[in-house]
Design a protein around this ligand. Structure first.
Ligand SMILES: [Zn+2]
Length: 56
């Protein structure tokens, strides 16, 4: 049996609890200003509410 995993979501898994259900956190105006040079995306986990940043 071959199992094919389709990744419908582009959200990364939570590094804390490995939960794949994460969502993008909208950045505030100030945060956007600061990170305008750095391609970092902020994510939040649905399960443990851990917030983490990822380089895009
Ligand atoms: Zn988590």
């Amino acid at each position: 049996m071959e199992q094919v995993t389709l990744k419908a979501s582009t959200s990364p898994a939570c590094p804390k609890c490995k939960n794949p259900e994460t969502y993008r956190v909208p950045r505030s105006f100030l945060f956007k200003k600061i990170l305008t040079m750095v391609p970092v995306k902020r994510y939040k986990c649905y399960r443990c509410f851990n917030q983490f940043n990822l380089m895009s």
